[in-house]
Design a binder for this molecule. Structure first.
Ligand SMILES: [Zn+2]
Ligand SMILES: [Zn+2]
Length: 571
């Protein structure tokens, strides 16, 4: 269990307490604890498991320490469950509206008795929010403008949350002797950026125990329906999960059918029909006779197709590739050799240069770039010229002292609102690796955003554009830009493009990453790690690259350091 997961539970607890009108000191204590936990360089779960005294951490008293141990051991917090029972999930969804925090939500819920986003929308339309003390027409209009988007986001979860839950359910069910096979299907298997529901398929000698076990899973809130072969549950995060029990001889057909996408399956059925076959969730049929179904490979082969990786099943290019015999050999996590975006205690990271380097080496990486923030990001302790030069000196010293990994001197340099870079060219010229990024002024008009990105691309010291659109999935739209123009300029100037692997960013999208690759731009998949466990997100970036149809060849950080360097514009 990650520190961020534990910290997230305490943040949630603090939000719920605030909505509930609890003592401000208590709320502050939980928020402080969340900060401490997420910036700790050691794994709290491990320390708790080893019976270490957690009160050694600042702001963690006896009671908080006990709750961390409770959460690590059981995956639940009694205090959180109590509040959840009092405050409907729809009330928490209100926090998804920009500018609406727990204090405002407390008024909506406790003063007006609003329980869902739909009720909040109605109240706005009736002018009841503007009438509240401390609110006004502007707040009301802001809510109305964003409430539908918030509702849409509320019904989806990130791919990382989806995978953690779905995979834990599958692992859990596989423990049962009655469960012979069990897999995740649906959009989660296709590694979509976010999932609106979850699908699990199983082959069972007796479905009862599997359904009982799912109903008792700590992530499950309630059972919505239970039939002979299908059970639907609502998870605590509001998303629904279906467990389907299928016959063994249909397992492959069911996996194919329930993995989707809908668009992909329309084409599969169409191709089957042309061969006089019928495909459904039970198998492939010629008349009454079932000719395939046990495995996905058989299902695809029966209609003349190779097995298609789930990440590609969107009816984009996968059928053309199949017809030409050119199904790409998609990149895999094991092929990644370097990570070129990460932070240390010099800016807002939790670990030192040395800790990051050793953790990266332990994961089999051959090289990394340390890329702390530049001065503009003052709330993350961004580096000015002087501190940066000193930081690079430290990086070189650590590099000399550690065997088995190369550490590059990098910087994540802000592209300022006026389209200049946050550091002087003479300084950037000294770096091994410069990532240029937008952090501030993301809502500037289209032309200004383009000016900023194009200026950065034209700067001879910039090696790559990081998290290009600036979007936060489900929470913040990207800046207003023409991605194709940015990509064409990047291609012209030999600038690389990042897939930021953090599951809340996944920026570039798979469509834009595919377009970049098409233009011959080397893609770099980076974790943007802010702690040693931050390296874990690499898999999400790799999945995004797979959805873009990328091979190892198209991803620069699959090369060894020497080859990677030869791709840099300055080389
Ligand atoms: Zn950044
Ligand atoms: Zn960063």
């Amino acid at each position: 269990m990650k520190n961020d997961t534990i910290a997230g539970q305490f943040e949630l607890l603090a939000d719920l307490l605030e909505i509930d009108g609890a003592n401000p000191f208590r709320i502050r204590a939980y928020r402080g604890a969340a900060r401490t936990i997420s910036s700790a360089s050691e794994s709290l779960a491990q320390l708790a498991g080893d019976g270490e005294d957690l009160t050694q951490f600042q702001g963690i008293g006896k009671d908080l320490a006990r709750q961390i141990v409770e959460y690590v051991a059981t995956g639940q917090l009694a205090s959180l469950e109590e509040l959840r029972a009092k405050i409907p999930p729809g009330v928490l969804d209100m926090l998804r509206i920009p500018g609406v925090g727990p204090k405002k939500v407390a008024v909506f819920f406790r003063t007006l008795g609003l329980r869902t986003l739909a009720e909040l929308k109605e109240a706005c339309e009736a002018g009841r929010i503007a009438e509240l003390k401390g609110f006004g027409k502007k707040t009301e209009a802001g809510i109305l403008q964003n409430v539908d988007k918030a509702a849409e986001n509320a019904s989806r979860i990130s791919i990382s949350d989806a995978r953690v839950i779905a995979e834990s359910v599958v692992d859990d069910l596989r423990q049962l002797p009655e469960v012979l096979q069990c897999e995740v299907a649906g959009s989660c298997r296709r590694r979509r950026e976010s999932c609106g529901d979850l699908d699990v398929l199983a082959v069972c000698s007796d479905p009862g125990p599997a359904m009982d076990r799912l109903a008792e899973h700590p992530a499950v809130d309630s059972v919505l329906l239970r039939g002979e072969t299908k059970q639907r549950v609502r998870l605590k995060n509001g998303v629904e999960m279906d467990l389907r029990v299928v016959p063994e001889e249909s397992f492959g057909a069911a996996m194919q059918y329930f993995t989707g996408s809908k668009e992909h399956n329309v084409e599969v059925r169409h191709r089957a029909k042309e061969k006089g076959l019928k495909v459904n969730e039970y198998g492939v049929f010629r008349g009454e006779e079932m000719i395939a179904g046990r495995s996905e490979e058989d299902v695809y082969a029966s209609i003349g197709l190779p097995w298609i990786p789930p990440e590609l099943r969107e009816n984009r290019l996968e059928f053309a590739w199949a017809d030409q015999g050119e199904m790409p050999e998609l990149i895999s996590l094991q092929q990644i050799r370097g990570d070129l975006h990460m932070h240390t205690t010099a800016s807002d990271g939790a670990a030192t240069i040395e800790q990051m380097a050793i953790a990266a080496r332990d994961r089999g990486l051959q090289y990394i770039a340390i890329t702390d923030h530049s001065q503009r990001v003052s709330m993350a302790n961004g580096l000015d010229e002087q501190r940066l030069l000193q930081h690079w000196e430290e990086i070189r010293a650590v590099n000399d002292s550690i065997e088995g990994i190369e550490i590059l001197c990098g910087i994540e340099c802000d592209i300022l609102e006026d389209a200049t870079l946050d550091l002087a060219d003479e300084v950037l010229a000294e770096a091994d690796w410069v990532i240029a990024v937008l952090h501030y002024g993301l809502r500037q008009p289209h032309d200004q955003i383009m000016q900023r990105l194009l200026n950065a691309v034209r700067n001879p010291h910039v090696d790559i554009i990081g998290h290009c659109t600036g979007r936060i999935i489900g929470r913040r739209e990207g800046a207003d830009m023409n991605m194709m123009d940015v990509l064409r300029a990047a291609a012209d100037h030999g600038v690389m493009m990042e897939i930021n692997a953090h599951p809340s960013r996944l920026d570039l999208s798979e469509i834009h990453a595919a377009a970049a690759a098409e233009l011959g731009i080397p893609i770099v998949i980076s974790t943007d790690a802010h702690s040693t466990e931050g390296f874990d997100v690499m898999q999400y970036g790799v999945d995004q690259a797979r959805r873009a149809g990328l091979t190892a060849e198209g991803v620069a950080n699959t090369r060894d350091l020497q080859e990677f360097r030869s791709l840099l514009r300055s080389s």
